[in-house]
Ligand binder design. Structure first.
Ligand SMILES: Cc1cc2nc3c(=O)[nH]c(=O)nc-3n(C[C@H](O)[C@H](O)[C@H](O)COP(=O)(O)OP(=O)(O)OC[C@H]3O[C@@H](n4cnc5c(N)ncnc54)[C@H](O)[C@@H]3O)c2cc1C
Ligand code: FES
Length: 276
């Protein structure tokens, strides 16, 4: 199995003012924003960008996963929940507005690990789904058939709205779960796996910490590899401030400590290599 610390870390980092060319509301508090951005040239599934705010008193940029990168059009798409100042400001911005963007950052999901696998599962809890859409498309582009890839997407309810599910369905099989059972399995993405007695050969996951822990435990019990994307709070996003550390089970070969920076050695980790 590949060492998660060595996946495809991009050195093609771009710092630019990127212009919005499309914005839309997808569901309750969930928005999609498309930027014209040179980040698209090298972005890899699972990487993220740091997005600035226009406030002079809020200097830190906000990390958001790249949901889609279109190299030909030179665009990246971010899908996010508006939870605070930065994401609300972005959600209210109009076409033509510009934001500071730094990226692509982080390592990304290891595609090679899926190559010989018959049942590949992508689990996206809530706003963890966006980076998995680019992963689904990338897996298909490597020649993996639709029948081999299933996205299990967890939402709050039909009432608060589903998002990205139709775009996933164009690429891979889709199973839905909702907290209230208003569509799909009642419960979490793990409940959906257990309800159908799915036997994945590999899992890729992004979502809230309890879901990631459940995926890690399931993968360990089933002796299958799992790669999880951690969405911790970040300050610099580029490995300098040490504000995003996660404990690791192995010592890092360079620093000789049981720590890794989520922004640089992650955000994607082999589930058995991090202590959650
Ligand atoms: C690598 C990475 C990728 C991410 N990708 C996405 C994405 O694709 N879509 C998306 O909606 N969100 C994503 N997030 C979370 C996103 O960064 C935060 O929601 C955002 O920074 C909040 O900024 P704000 O200014 O709107 O909120 P603030 O005003 O800074 O905070 C508002 C609330 O959000 C909480 N919050 C702040 N940062 C985070 C965080 N990192 N995780 C969870 N809660 C936080 C705060 O504690 C507070 O309760 C990602 C985070 C990381 C680290
Ligand atoms: S956010 Fe600064 S080191 Fe990761």
């Amino acid at each position: 199995m590949a060492d998660s610390f060595s996946f495809c870390y991009s050195r093609d980092m771009i710092n630019e003012k990127a212009r919005i060319i499309k914005s839309e509301r997808l569901a309750d508090q969930v928005f999609s924003t498309v930027f014209e951005s040179r980040v698209a040239e090298t972005a890899y599934p699972g990487q993220f960008v740091m997005v600035g705010t226009k406030s002079d008193s809020r200097l830190l940029r906000r990390p958001i996963s790249i949901c889609e990168a279109d190299r030909e059009k030179g665009t990246i798409r971010l899908v996010y929940r508006a939870v605070g100042y930065g994401t609300k400001e972005l959600s209210q911005a109009e076409n033509g507005d510009s934001f500071d963007i730094l990226g692509p950052l982080g390592n990304g999901f290891p595609l090679d690990e899926a190559q010989d696998k018959k049942q590949i599962i992508l689990t996206g809890g809530g706003i963890g789904a966006p980076p998995l859409l680019q992963l689904a498309r990338a897996l298909r582009r490597t020649g993996i058939g639709k029948e081999s890839v299933t996205a299990i997407l967890g939402y709050r309810s039909m009432k608060s709205g589903l998002f990205l599910n139709e775009e996933f369905a164009a690429e891979v099989n889709v199973i839905l779960a909702t907290d209230d059972g208003s569509i799909g399995t009642r419960g979490t993405v793990m409940d959906a796996i257990k309800e159908r007695d799915l036997k994945p050969d590999i899992i890729y996951a992004c979502g809230p910490l309890p879901m990631l822990k459940a995926v890690r435990d399931f993968a360990a019990d089933s002796f299958i590899p799992a790669f999880i994307s951690l969405e911790e709070k970040m300050a610099c996003g580029m490995g300098v401030c040490l504000g995003c550390m996660v404990k690791t089970s192995k010592k890092d070969s360079h620093s000789r400590v049981n720590n890794a920076r989520i922004c640089t050695e992650g955000p994607v980790f082999n589930a058995e290599e991090v202590v959650l």
